[in-house]
Design a protein around this ligand. Structure first.
Ligand SMILES: Cc1cc2nc3c(=O)[nH]c(=O)nc-3n(C[C@H](O)[C@H](O)[C@H](O)COP(=O)(O)O)c2cc1C
Length: 378
């Protein structure tokens, strides 16, 4: 039997299988950044679908860190209440609730994708939906694309203040019942902007050398790890490569993963891209499992558990990734949007003898009877 359905220990947490629901923005919160019933339904059905870990979408640590007005926030105590309902429900489905913490940096103050392809908010959005844009911040005053607004450069004191805001968010995440925390350091958002030489031209201790560019993330990990209980895991999602000329490289990711491991990070979630800029020769071409080689290299060279993600479309493909030791966990994104039961479907497909025993009773019992009826007709 494939390792895909075997348990895996991350500190004091035992995953029941190797599936994680990949963090995916739903853009459904109100302007107050509150989660509500729609989120409970969405994450609830993903938990009932059989994944060991249900990771939330990226949740903002400060209001101005929101990518758009649909983002959930965790910058005040009221926001804990609906999140606690969601974590309680996920746990009741025998799944583990995980939260992704985020600041969108120079990509904040954008529209939802279906309101104009994630461009900067402008007067039209204010008129149509009452969505007022705000000044975005970044390590350096460099726009994401030539037509994007120029961000304001964070002062050194503001960078340090943001570190404390990650700590406050982690403390609220704990009270909201999350068992795993993932720091989002990928996709061209704030932490990724500090890491990448393309977006970080600072001259203080947060810019320049690789060690200095890593400092913001490492300080965040130190404060998060200090709050997060010893028996609960901390993950970091990275863009393993920027995929742009002169950008962050896979060697940089291995060096970062080694540092993160020393600071108590338990797994690296290996994504890529999002930095903008010229990508003529450096772009990562996208096909099934295109980011798996990143997870494999980090796992091997940094000696840390990894999550593979990106166009993992077939159960056998997921099994091969885990069984060949290329990653410890597979994250499923859009396949789970298409079918929230995907992990359970994968198990029934790869282990037909097990039938539907692992599905929730109100579903599995009937699917099992149906399968027996169909088999009897043959
Ligand atoms: C609708 C949508 C929202 C996403 N939001 C996030 C996010 O909040 N945080 C993040 O790290 N990645 C986000 N991603 C990236 C996914 O987590 C995942 O890495 C990507 O979709 C590739 O995996 P897939 O091919 O299984 O979908 C998002 C992707 C989609 C499709």
């Amino acid at each position: 039997m494939t390792k895909l359905f075997q348990t895996f220990a991350l500190r004091g947490i035992t995953l029941k299988n190797r599936f994680m629901i990949s963090p995916m923005c739903t853009y459904r919160a109100g302007q107050d950044g509150m989660a509500h019933d729609w989120h409970l339904m969405h994450y609830g059905r993903l938990a009932a679908g059989g994944a060991a870990i249900v990771m939330t979408e990226s949740i903002s640590v400060v209001p101005d860190g929101r990518h758009c007005y649909g983002d959930i926030g965790i910058w005040n105590d009221e926001q804990i209440v609906p999140l606690k309902r969601i974590t309680d429900f996920i746990k009741a489905q025998d799944s583990i609730p995980a939260i992704q913490l985020q600041h969108a940096g120079r990509k904040a103050s954008s529209t939802r994708p279906w309101h104009g392809g994630a461009r900067a908010l402008d007067e039209t959005d204010l008129k149509l939906r009452g969505e007022k844009g705000w000044t975005v911040v970044a390590p350096s005053p460099l726009p994401y694309t030539p037509s994007a607004p120029t961000p304001r450069e964070l002062t050194t004191a503001e960078v340090r203040e943001l570190v404390t805001q990650y700590a406050a968010a982690a403390e609220r995440a704990l009270r909201a019942g999350f068992e795993i925390i993932e720091v989002h350091a990928a996709h061209g958002y704030l932490i990724n902007e500090f890491l990448s030489p393309v977006a970080n031209h600072r001259t203080d201790e947060y810019g320049g050398s690789l060690q200095n560019r890593m400092r913001f993330l490492l300080e965040i990990i130190d404060v998060v790890r200090a709050i997060w209980p010893e028996d609960r895991p901390v993950l970091v999602r990275v863009s393993a490569v920027d995929g742009v000329e002169g950008g962050w490289s896979l060697d940089d990711t291995v060096a970062l993963a080694q540092e993160l491991k020393l600071r108590g990070v338990d797994a690296i979630d290996c994504s890529s891209g999002g930095m903008g800029g010229s990508a003529v020769n450096a772009r990562v071409s996208r096909g099934p499992g295109f980011q798996v080689p990143f997870a494999e290299r980090v796992r091997l060279d940094a000696g840390i558990a990894t999550v593979a993600v990106g166009l993992i479309l077939e159960p056998a493909q997921a099994a091969e990734i885990v069984d060949s030791g290329r990653a410890d966990i597979v994250a499923i994104g859009r396949e789970a949007l298409r079918d929230p039961n995907w992990p359970n479907v994968a198990r029934t497909q790869l282990d037909p003898a097990g039938g539907y025993a692992h599905w929730p009773d109100p579903v599995g019992w009937w699917l099992d009877r149906r399968a027996q009826s169909l088999a009897a007709k043959d």
